[in-house]
Design a binder for this molecule. Structure first.
Ligand SMILES: [Zn+2]
Length: 351
């Protein structure tokens, strides 16, 4: 048994109605949101002062810096000094809100409207710099609001995509074990590894609820993200849940400029890298089939050429961006392995 309390306290997370929480703040709000769902939430808000409304779409660091500069010139100093920053939406909204809260020193309330990414529950602020993901600091939200009705009103596939950032423990753990066995990178930690294994077991048990986007399915994903976020913040790294599958996805996004739904491209990449690792790829297929998360390359716009070049070039990409050591550093991935992995992912179900 592991005591997850070792990894510190996860962010405070309350099941609540978004409008009640925002009205209850009694503070001016700087809202960083996606559309949908912002306008429907906005129309339900009563007497709340909106100091600023920022449409979140671009995580480029220059764009974010310009956004904060504009905030400082358009929002009166007294208003800014009392404001609460709210992230409302998917990954871009939550990450933009982190950046704005970090830059202004104002408290942060996160309202994930879909369970497709863990951004609401991690303290690291990820931005894009010259097309690559870079982490520039950390910020802890005062509270994360889990609004089940809001989340369940999103298209089901965006919630099923939440599978990706939990399933990534499957390949992330394998990479971490391989690297740490050779004395490379962060040393192995049995407790973190046990958390990853436990999350994978629980994911399998929750797969039908996730597929149905039931209250329990949404709760499972939000709770999994909280636990992952707390453990990553405690460890100072995310090796138990992030490895070659994320790295391949970063390389793909860098090479193509595409921005697929994060959890879907990660689910695809877990299946592909599990095959390269020789690490129970059929187990990853089973989760995809039961949860009905989209992971087929044709559904995600991944061509065989892009898959091949990103995988064969992944070692160079990972070294040039200083990513953790993974399977692609430790074995020479052959064209035959790439072919076999492509054949495998091409037989995943389509949704
Ligand atoms: Zn992720």
């Amino acid at each position: 048994m592991i005591d997850e309390g070792t990894f510190g306290t996860p962010f405070a997370c309350v099941e609540a109605d978004t409008v009640s929480v925002l009205e209850g703040r009694g503070a001016p709000l700087i809202v960083c949101a996606n559309e949908p769902p912002w306008s429907s939430v906005r129309s339900a808000l009563g007497s709340v002062t909106l100091a600023a409304e920022i449409e979140a779409w671009n995580m480029d660091v220059a764009h974010l810096a310009a956004t904060v500069d504009q905030l400082r010139t358009t929002v009166p100093v007294e208003l800014l000094a009392e404001s609460t920053v709210v992230g409302l939406g998917g990954g871009t909204a939550l990450d933009t809100a982190k950046y704005v809260a970090w830059s202004t020193g104002r408290p942060l309330v996160q309202v994930p409207s879909i369970t497709s990414v863990d951004a609401g529950f991690t303290d690291a602020i990820g931005v894009r710099d010259a097309g690559r993901v870079r982490y520039i600091g950390t910020v802890i939200p005062e509270v994360v609001v889990l609004d089940l009705a809001l989340v369940r009103s999103a298209p089901p596939r965006l919630n099923r995509a939440g599978v990706g950032d939990v399933l990534s423990c499957h390949t992330g753990l394998f990479d971490w074990r391989m690297a740490s066995d050779r004395g490379l990178g962060h040393p192995w930690h049995a407790g973190l590894a046990a958390l990853g294994v436990r999350l994978l077991d629980e994911l399998e048990a929750a797969a039908d609820d996730i597929c149905a986007v039931s209250d329990d399915g949404v709760r499972f994903l939000a709770d999994a993200y909280r636990r992952i976020g707390a453990a990553c913040a405690w460890a100072g790294h995310s090796r138990f849940e992030e490895g070659s599958e994320h790295f391949w996805a970063y390389a793909f996004e860098h090479a193509t400029g595409a921005h697929p739904v994060h959890g879907e491209i990660i689910a695809f990449a877990v299946c592909a890298m599990a095959h390269v690792q020789g690490n129970d790829p059929e187990g990853t297929r089973r989760i995809v089939e039961r949860s009905k998360v989209r992971a087929h390359p044709d559904d995600l716009g991944v061509t065989e050429d892009d898959f091949r070049s990103c995988l064969l070039g992944l070692r160079d990409f990972a070294r040039s961006t200083d990513l953790d050591v993974s399977v692609v550093d430790l074995i020479d991935v052959t064209p035959a392995q790439v072919d076999a992995a492509w054949t495998f992912v091409s037989t995943l179900p389509r949704y």
